[in-house]
Design a protein around this ligand. Structure first.
Ligand SMILES: Nc1ncnc2c1ncn2[C@@H]1O[C@H](COP(=O)(O)OP(=O)(O)O)[C@@H](O)[C@H]1O
Ligand SMILES: [Mg+2]
Length: 312
């Protein structure tokens, strides 16, 4: 496996706030590396340092084995960037935006026109190419922003939360287009706090929290530890009489977390104990409003690692 990027011991402080506490990872050629973490984890700071928009306090980044400091221009030339905040010219058309961004990477003439047309089709905006960006929906702008980052056929595309706040249709379009990029051999770094996206597109996953990498692997390897578990979420009409310890008395129950009217229980997979769990609730005179049972998910991995939900 060839390492396109090697990142070693990156640190970044904003005043007293230690935002990156020495993170290290590799990016393999041809993979979709998802960086998953809640808001404030340090994803954008990592991305901004990787794209050389921001300096780190310490640490090292190598691109194809060479420090990027010395080869910054060549490095940037090989890269496409989709920043967290949309960067487009509202008064220009989709086509004009694409031409502008692709020309920054040295494309011109027939090659530029070809790249722009391909990128418009890729974004599903070929029928709107002459329209000004200010007439576009949020999802269309997002798709165009991605098209601007890939028109020059970079080796590495870096996307920072490209689906936040857009309609489901555009979101699916974006996820599908990332799969297409991957199938075409492009390397993608993709940050998100949506675990469903990670499930859909990742070759490999880094989970970040509070400026550190707390887990790394494929979705399969990350879930290995919890494959033997099931997860119940029980919503009750809160009466304050249920104690967590009552659930621990039930065979198979491994962890209990209650928060107001919601009780989260992790239990061993092979043990049929739902009826006994329900009995605990009813013995306390409480009413169950809803019970759901979940298969192993990245959300559960995160919960197990941090004790919190990804979207808390
Ligand atoms: N320019 C900045 N100045 C001061 N603090 C910042 C700046 N950028 C980010 N931070 C802080 O760094 C932490 C991580 O932010 P960020 O990298 O944006 O996280 P994420 O992208 O995972 O949500 C947050 O606590 C945020 O407030
Ligand atoms: Mg961010």
């Amino acid at each position: 496996m060839e390492n396109l990027l090697e990142v070693r011991n990156l640190t970044k402080n904003f005043k007293e706030n230690k935002v990156l506490k020495g993170i290290s990872f590799e990016v393999h050629r041809g993979e979709v590396l998802c960086i998953l973490g809640p808001n404030g984890a340090g994803k954008s700071t990592t991305i901004n340092i990787l794209t050389a928009a921001l300096g780190s306090d310490s640490g090292e980044i190598k691109f194809k084995g060479k420090q990027i400091g010395r080869k910054l221009r060549a490095y940037k030339q090989c890269m496409g960037i989709v920043p967290q905040d949309i960067a487009l010219y509202e008064e220009l058309s989709a086509e004009q935006n694409l031409k502008f961004f692709a020309s920054l990477y040295g494309l011109y003439g027939a090659a530029l026109n070809k790249a722009v047309n391909e990128a418009l089709v890729f974004a599903g905006l070929d029928d709107r190419q002459k329209d000004k960006v200010k007439t576009f929906s949020g999802g269309m702008k997002r798709r165009l922003n991605i098209a601007c980052a890939i028109a020059h056929h970079p080796e590495l595309v870096i996307m920072d939360e490209p689906t936040v706040g857009i309609d489901p249709q555009s979101r699916n379009h974006i996820l599908d287009s990332i799969k297409k990029l991957r199938d075409g051999g492009m390397t993608v770094i993709y940050t998100t706090h949506y675990m469903e996206e990670v499930e859909a597109i990742s070759s490999r996953i880094i989970i970040m929290d509070h400026g550190t990498i707390i887990a790394e692997g494929t979705k399969e390897t990350l879930k290995e530890d919890i494959e033997n578990e099931k997860h119940y979420t029980i919503e009750v009409e809160e009466n304050g009489r249920i104690k967590d310890s009552d659930f621990y008395a039930v065979e198979g129950v491994k962890s209990v977390k209650s928060d107001g009217g919601t009780i989260e229980i992790t239990s061993l997979k092979g043990v049929e104990n739902l009826d006994r769990i329900i009995t605990v609730v009813s013995n306390c005179g409480d009413k169950i409003k809803n019970i759901t049972s979940e298969a192993a998910s990245l959300e559960m991995v995160f919960l197990k690692l941090t004790g919190r939900k990804l979207r808390d």
